[in-house]
Design a protein. Structure first.
Length: 424
């Protein structure tokens, strides 16, 4: 985009509490082994992929075929500075050409969702084109897993999100050199050394240092790191100790899923990560990393690129400058610029961005002004729920978003549309 928005040594100890008796998830995870692959694919275990491995290929024409039953399917893969372009088909009909390039490395994330399919059996095909974004290093395509069927919306919230509260003792690791007292070999000399989600993470070895996410949803995952200098953390869910996690590993794993709580009631919750200052006997340090959180909520995710979303003048689409849902977002800083989303359901969430450069949006529902939303925040919040409405009459509705103004503290008027979640 052309604007200022730049885009096993010792065993792990998981003392997880049981999270029982809740409604079953509407989607099931199928690893890449559930698909059939043409020639040209190889197995990759260099990242903490879902199930441990993923299939990769840069060969033009190489295909992966996944047979499933249901009206929705999501391709889980990798968005990276060195990944390429793929074509996506369902039942032989091309639905999209997907550019998986990203300025930051995003591991084990949704890449494309096909929805609104007829109930029954289908085949999802991912075809490597051999082409790439001019900024990408290669044309490699990653197939990690598939989620099917289901109406669940997943958001990756970064450690910098405005809904994450921290106590003293954490250090932000990003593009600048980071010094950690008492560390002989610098764990994180700079962002180019560790491929953190969205380019940054919080790290601490201070006993009692906490990072707490407040969220609404039915599942949450703490994304951090394993390594020889990684230590032990306590995890609290809604204030109660849920697990003690030893993140030591002989092999380094960045963007590792360290803890998941699922089957939660769909309501407000908190997840807290607490550094203990303790470490495995084999570990060189007691560092705990908070890289991101993944929150799952009921709802059908609809990307801003779908035909149901229409844009007036002043919007820039296809921006890849941040770790957006499925890699892209639309944005505008032109006062008066309007966009609308037509959906069928009883509720909707607008997924956008909050930050120091974002503005105020006017919300219309079925043509009537219902709210003005100030998206300004002191820290950047990606894949953020900017507006939610529920309790609508069953049927078709239209949500309108208009760039209106800005908070006096904001440096610009940017309003971003990343996705929408339709609530049944």
């Amino acid at each position: 985009m052309t604007t200022i928005w730049q885009r096993t040594g010792a065993a792990l100890l998981f003392l997880a509490a049981a999270f029982a008796a809740a409604a079953p998830a509407a989607a099931a995870r199928f690893e890449e082994s559930a698909a059939t692959f043409s020639a040209g694919w190889s197995q990759d275990a260099s990242r903490p992929w879902s199930g441990g491995t993923a299939a990769i290929s840069a060969g033009a024409g190489a295909q992966a075929n996944f047979a499933f039953s249901g009206s929705t399917v999501t391709w889980i893969g990798g968005l990276r500075p060195d990944t390429g372009i793929a074509r996506v088909f369902v039942d032989g009909v091309q639905l999209a050409e997907v550019d998986t390039f990203s300025k930051t490395e995003e591991t084990r994330v949704p890449v494309f969702t096909a929805s609104g399919l007829s109930t029954g059996s289908h085949t999802l095909t991912i075809q490597v084109t051999g082409q790439k974004n001019p900024q990408s290093g290669t044309a490699t395509v990653v197939v990690d897993a598939f989620d099917a069927p289901g109406a669940l919306a997943v958001a990756r919230l970064q450690e910098s999100d405005s809904d994450v509260a921290t106590t003293a003792g954490w250090v932000q690791d990003n593009a600048v050199n980071t010094f950690i007292p008492g560390l002989t070999n610098n764990f994180l000399p700079n962002a180019s050394i560790r491929n953190w989600s969205a380019g940054g993470a919080l790290i601490s070895s201070t006993p009692g240092a906490r990072a707490t996410l407040s969220f609404t949803g039915t599942s949450v995952t703490w994304i951090g790191a394993r390594g020889t200098q990684s230590g032990i953390a306590r995890v609290y869910l809604d204030g109660a100790l849920a697990a003690v996690v030893d993140s030591f590993s002989m092999s380094e794993q960045i963007q590792a899923a360290l803890f998941t709580a699922s089957g939660l009631a769909n309501g407000p919750h908190t997840l807290a990560i607490e550094a203990t200052g303790q470490q495995n006997l084999f570990a060189q340090n007691a560092l705990v990393a908070v890289d991101a959180f993944e929150v799952t909520r009921p709802g059908l995710r609809v990307k801003q690129t779908q035909p149901a979303v229409s844009y007036g003048a002043g919007w820039v689409q296809g921006n890849q400058d941040r770790a957006y849902s499925e890699g892209t977002a639309a944005e505008s800083n032109m006062v008066g610029a309007q966009a609308s989303f037509t959906f069928t359901g009883r509720g909707v969430r607008w997924i956008g961005v909050r930050g120091p450069q974002t503005g105020i949006a006017r919300i219309r529902l079925d043509g009537q002004v219902v709210d003005d939303i100030d998206t300004f925040a002191m820290t950047e919040s990606l894949q953020h729920v900017d507006y939610t409405v529920t309790g609508l009459a069953a049927g078709s509705h239209t949500l309108g978003i208009e760039v209106l103004d800005k908070n006096p503290m904001s440096t610009n008027f940017w309003v971003l549309i990343d996705a929408f979640d339709v609530l049944p």
